[in-house]
Design a protein around this ligand. Structure first.
Ligand SMILES: Nc1ncnc2c1ncn2[C@@H]1O[C@H](COP(=O)(O)OP(=O)(O)OP(=O)(O)O)[C@@H](O)[C@H]1O
Length: 226
């Protein structure tokens, strides 16, 4: 077996990140690091702010406070570099419904051979020339996730609900590919309402970083110090 090709090893660093929407604090005082070979699952109830956090990290939402840096360079300067290392699959999966799975992967620059291999990995062999609008929800999710199976995938994966609509085999295949990425020194930040089986996975629950949670913590700290 060939040794896995190792990836560049930049790190994401988040300090005191806060975000509010319509006057409601979604999260505040958020601190975490994500380095090579590490995976972090963002947890929280519907509406907790998980997608907003991911969009903030990729620069699609800019109304936040706090510091984000990539590879030692603070945003906004570090954002361009982060994007050059990023594979982002959002909630909507980013599949162009009027194109076929092969055409979707070609749009991301994949050769026909690489795209065919990736589509086989996500069990879409035989559907490569079907229009995505004729595929099921789970099959469309698989088209999106096929990008993770292309060679030379970037080191940082940010995935919003990648397991959504997948069957048991699909979940297992994705978990295997995520583990492979980590073993090559990649990093993964993702949201999921389902448990994900990944060795060494860390979790971060956004409900622990609301302003009320922080106020309660401060009060507790004050009581202890009093
Ligand atoms: N552009 C926006 N303008 C106003 N409110 C927004 C905007 N984007 C998100 N929100 C609100 O922010 C809150 C968090 O939304 P977000 O999509 O980040 O939650 P989530 O944790 O990903 O939820 P889910 O688990 O349901 O996907 C929601 O109440 C949502 O209505």
């Amino acid at each position: 077996m060939m040794a896995p090709k190792s990836l560049p090893a930049p790190s994401l660093r988040v300090r005191q990140l806060s975000c509010e929407r319509d006057g409601r604090v979604l999260f505040a005082g958020l601190d975490f690091d994500l380095g090579p070979g590490q995976a972090l699952q963002i947890e929280g109830a519907n509406g907790a702010g998980k997608t907003t956090l991911l969009r903030t990290l990729i620069g699609s939402a800019t109304d936040h406070r706090g510091d984000i840096s990539w590879n030692g360079r603070a945003f906004p300067a570090g954002l361009q570099e982060l994007r050059s290392h990023l594979l982002y699959i959002g909630h909507g999966a980013g599949v162009r419904r009027g194109l076929t799975p092969l055409e979707n992967l070609a749009w991301y620059g994949a050769s026909r051979d690489d795209a065919m291999r990736a589509l086989e990995q996500v069990d879409l062999f035989g559907f490569e020339d079907s229009l995505c609008q004729q595929l099921s929800a789970g099959q469309n999710r698989r088209v999106a996730l096929a990008r993770l199976f292309l060679p030379a995938a970037p080191p940082l994966w940010i995935l919003d609900e990648p397991l959504a609509a997948l069957d048991v085999a699909g979940v297992s295949g994705l978990q295997g590919q995520m583990a492979c990425h980590l073993s090559r020194g990649g990093s993964i930040l993702f949201t999921s309402h389902q448990p994900v089986a990944l060795a060494g996975l860390c979790t971060l629950n956004l409900s622990e970083f609301t302003s009320s949670a922080l106020a309660a913590f401060d009060q507790e700290g004050a009581d202890v110090l009093a």
